[in-house]
Ligand binder design. Structure first.
Ligand SMILES: [Zn+2]
Length: 372
């Protein structure tokens, strides 16, 4: 039994804001059986600016091919009428692409740029044909950069339609090529790629989820203001990182820090370059004693990986020494050895302390690890 999945319209509008909620890519639930499909694209001639439509169609297909090893979209230079459907005339399940003034005889709705219709062999089965009609009443060209209001970019709309062709539904909760409104996105984004890879897994994109809280250092002593940092990568993308102290939620960590080292270690993971998180953190406010900091990283699909560090904090009598408080080492003496500096009789805010400082690689500096 062959059934028509549904008709999908990509409406023409500019988006106003980028949403960042937790929801992510949407799937129809059907896919191509063998992880590959051929598009019969032979759109003759070129744009008004002289660019060939077919080359843009191939580039749109390669935008997916380059990032989804489990799926292959081939563009065949033969024509197949997308309105031929699968029956009349019988076209052997060729996946047609063409510009048309109507949606196979039905007027396009206002703002509709293209229509993709997919056929599945049975409910819950596999896609057997997928046809795409581009609205020829629209002023099309091929270009990169921000979407122009006067002329649509065929290549990015074609890449979007190929997402439907492959089994992706619209996704409007985060920035994606599969957003239902065309905009500045030209190629698959992390969310699109994660969706496609979940439809077409391959050994090359086996799920990866790694998370490391790097500071506070496990078993070490922290004082004053120091770093709170780490990194997290996941095949389906990191949604957020939460910090918890001694079992209580503290705050959501700013993410997106540049980490070339992590990108080098996970070259196939989208977003690994921006996998870092880091912020200055006032350890002294935690109070002297032992604490446990736990970072919880969540993927866009809701998986969680925690990374914890139990560490100690030493403090002066005040949590914060303002600029108005006097700090003086005039009467102090010191003892040096190895990577430590011990200072005796340091005057800080009307009190006298002995301080032990130790070199910390992670911080690239000396940190106070003992206060007496
Ligand atoms: Zn669409």
């Amino acid at each position: 039994m062959i059934s028509i999945r549904c008709k999908l319209a990509l409406a023409c509008a500019l988006w106003a804001a980028v949403a960042t909620s937790a929801a992510a890519f949407e799937l129809y639930g059907e896919r191509w059986r063998d992880g590959r499909a051929t598009i019969y694209g032979n759109i003759e001639q070129s744009t008004g600016s002289g660019k060939p439509w077919n080359a843009a169609l191939v580039q749109a297909a390669d935008a997916w091919n380059d990032v989804v090893p489990g799926f292959r979209l081939d563009v065949n230079g033969r024509f197949s009428d997308p309105c031929a459907g699968i029956t009349e005339p019988e076209d052997n399940f060729f996946n047609g692409v063409a510009f048309k003034p109507t949606d196979c005889g039905i007027p396009f709705n206002d703002g509709t740029l293209a229509i993709n219709v997919s056929y599945i062999d049975e409910p819950g089965g596999f896609i057997v044909e997928s046809d795409t009609v581009f609205n020829s009443n629209v002023d099309w060209d091929i270009y990169s950069g921000p979407l122009r209001r006067d002329t649509l970019d065929f290549r990015r709309v074609a890449a979007h339609e190929l997402g439907h062709f492959s089994g992706l539904d619209h996704e409007d909760d985060r920035l994606a090529l599969m957003n239902s409104f065309v905009g500045d996105v030209e190629v698959p984004q992390a969310d699109d790629i994660a969706g496609m890879r979940s439809l077409y897994p391959s050994p090359d994109n086996a799920l990866v989820f790694e998370h490391v809280l790097e500071e506070p250092l496990i078993g070490e002593v922290h004082s004053g203001v120091g770093n709170l940092r780490g990194w997290a990568v996941a095949s389906d993308g990191i949604d957020r990182v939460e910090m918890w102290l001694n079992g209580r939620f503290l705050f959501e960590m700013p993410t997106g820090g540049d980490r070339a080292d992590v990108a080098a270690a996970f070259p196939d993971i989208v977003g690994a370059q921006q996998s870092g998180y880091s912020m200055a953190f006032a350890y002294s406010y935690l109070g002297a004693g032992t604490h446990t900091m736990t970072a919880r990283a969540y993927t866009t699909q809701g998986a969680m990986a925690a990374s914890s560090s139990t560490f100690s904090v030493v403090t002066l009598d005040k949590n914060f020494i303002p600029a108005s408080d006097e700090v003086a080492t005039d009467a102090a003496t010191c003892e040096l050895g190895g990577d430590e500096i011990e200072l005796f009789d340091v005057f800080i805010d009307d009190r006298v302390y002995d301080l032990l400082l130790k070199w910390r690689t992670a911080e690239q500096g000396f940190e106070i690890i003992e206060i007496r």
